[in-house]
Ligand binder design. Structure first.
Ligand code: ADP
Ligand code: MG
Length: 537
């Protein structure tokens, strides 16, 4: 038997890194700037534990574009590297120095906020460069600066160089196929996308492009309502002010920070997904947060940041990752708790926002049973009169006496269009029934789902054959017409009604306003609605 270590041949791995590691070439800048940030954060950590005793000085990171020389330079004033470190961290592909550092300094200030994890990020520079140079000088006193150079083949050169200041300059000689990156606008756009909230100042052509302390990294207690609103504006300059927000701040058993904003959503909304951005230690990762954020909250806006989600996330990875599942469950819980608190502390304000939040709540109740359990306490239905809102329990309390059917189910009467169904609503109200308005996009599906999820509840549209379903309705459905009169009227109405399954009732409602009522069974109506939707609900 033979045991051994698998040896990765650099000849084989290079083309793989270059072509397939990242399908998106833009991210070479993210990787190199992240390394510069890591190097800077490491220096701060060393200073805070007293290992580095010198002047920190400016720690700005600069990105410079030289169109003539066809170079992009990323320069930092962080820890730098000695010749041995270059050999260890750069020459050994896939040996991640970041991981080693985090293990050693875990628990120290900045120690855990190191972006790199895989030891491959640096090599993404070869996706766009024919040649890469590193000029670096370590923070350690009396070390010789070195220059490393490589053209993307497994051979490199390492030699002494003149560099007097601490830190690292990475010089990319952009290859011919990648000349698009020699465009100032392009580079600025990429930096703004990935580096907008990095914790160390990043300057491009002398202009700082990032906000180093975005609201989500601060403590909720440090932030005012205005701060939250201003940060929202920074993220979405053209959006209307948000309704409210949730500041996420967890450090155990996983790391998660962020702010989720509830935007104003009305019936005429346009679905704007992908408004939540995922960050990892303030580096932008993606705006595809499926799986991380529960589906019913995909319409929220804001930022979530978790170093427990690696930078090069793939969708298949996210699905199976246990941290992602925990984060997803945590967000659901936080949102439910927040809504519950709002409902309990200021019900009036909650009701005023219902038009906007109802959509989330209903969709969440339909899709997440854990959310449903909590939402049952704060989900409300608005009376058609516009003055009252009921939770399910409240509706049961006020309506059960009159609105219980023969199967002993609570019958929730609802209207989908208060204008068209006005006469039915009035008739129902005259009998003392409570009619709620369920007229939004999700309501048809919501009604079907809740009849399954809620115990002993049946929804009946106000223009359906309600009376047949209710007990205690004998007196109200007594006819005031003679049999002959009924027969004539029925024939007359029947001729005018083109659709089958419509029932003409002439039993009279003991009211002069509505001697005749035309209804269709709730069941038949829903069958028709479903057919119209292609049977998809
Ligand atoms: P990772 O960041 O995942 O560790 P990289 O390939 O991006 O992997 O970088 C490899 C290692 O090279 C880093 O961990 C770090 O030790 C070193 N390194 C890269 N860039 C710098 C830099 N600008 N300053 C100091 N060290 C660096
Ligand atoms: Mg890195």
């Amino acid at each position: 038997m033979q045991k051994g270590a698998i040896r990765v041949q650099t000849e084989n791995i290079f083309p793989i890194i270059k072509k397939f590691l990242y399908s998106d070439h833009d991210i070479f800048l993210r990787e190199l700037v992240s390394n510069a940030v890591d190097a800077t954060q490491k220096l701060k950590t060393l200073a805070s534990v007293g290992e580095f005793k010198g002047e920190l000085g400016s720690l700005d990171i600069t990105v410079t574009l030289d169109k003539e020389k066809k170079t992009i330079t990323i320069a930092d004033q962080g820890v730098g590297m000695t010749a041995e470190e270059v050999d260890k961290y750069i020459n050994q592909v896939a040996f991640s120095g970041a991981e080693e550092f985090v293990k050693k300094y875990k628990g120290q200030e900045n120690g855990a906020n190191i972006i790199g994890h895989f030891g491959l990020g640096f090599y993404s520079s070869f996706m766009v460069s024919g040649q890469v140079e590193i000029f670096t000088k370590s923070w350690r006193p009396d070390t010789q600066a070195v220059r490393w150079e490589c053209d993307g083949s497994p051979e490199y050169q390492l030699e002494e160089t003149e560099k007097t200041s601490r830190g690292t300059n990475i010089v990319l000689h952009i290859n011919e196929e990648s000349e698009e990156f020699l465009d100032e606008h392009r580079i600025r756009t990429i930096l703004e996308k990935f580096c907008r909230f990095l914790p160390v100042p990043i300057k491009f052509q002398d202009q700082q492009i990032n906000n180093t302390t975005p609201a989500w990294v601060k403590k909720p207690s440090e932030l005012s309502k205005e701060d939250y609103e201003n940060f929202y504006k920074e993220l979405y300059p053209f959006a209307e002010a948000p309704l409210f927000w949730i500041h996420l701040n967890v450090d155990y058993p996983f790391n998660l920070t962020g702010i989720l904003y509830f935007p104003k959503i009305t019936k005429s909304y346009e679905i704007q997904k992908d408004k939540i951005n995922l960050y990892s230690n303030q580096v932008f990762v993606t705006d595809e947060v499926k799986n991380i954020v529960p589906e019913f909250l995909m319409l929220l806006h804001g930022v979530i940041d978790s170093p427990d989600i690696p930078l090069n996330v793939s969708r298949s990875y996210l699905q199976g990752d246990p941290n992602v599942k925990k984060i997803n469950a945590h967000i659901t819980k936080k949102v439910a708790d927040k809504l519950d608190e709002m409902f309990r502390t200021d019900r009036k304000a909650f009701e005023e926002k219902w038009e906007h939040i109802g959509l989330f709540v209903k969709y969440g109740m339909m899709t997440e049973d854990k959310f449903l359990d909590k939402a049952n306490k704060f989900h409300i239905m608005g009376d058609v009169s516009g003055t009252e809102y009921y939770t399910l329990e409240e509706y049961r309390t006020t309506a059960a006496a009159l609105q219980t059917n023969k199967e002993n189910k609570l019958v929730i009467l609802y209207a989908t269009n208060t204008v068209q169904q006005d006469s039915y609503i009035k008739a129902a109200q005259a009998k003392g029934y409570k009619v709620v308005k369920l007229d939004t996009l999700v309501d048809a599906g919501f009604i079907n789902q809740m009849e399954m999820k809620w115990e002993n509840v049946q929804f009946t549209r106000v223009d359906a054959d309600i009376a047949d379903n209710l007990i205690n309705n004998e007196a109200q459905t007594q006819s005031v017409l003679s049999e002959e009169q009924e027969g004539k009227l029925k024939d007359l109405f029947g001729q005018q009604l083109p659709q089958p399954n419509i029932k003409v009732e002439l039993k009279g409602l003991n009211t002069a306003e509505q001697p005749v009522i035309v209804t269709r069974s709730e069941f038949m109506r829903r069958m028709k609605d479903m057919a119209a939707m292609g049977g998809s609900m």
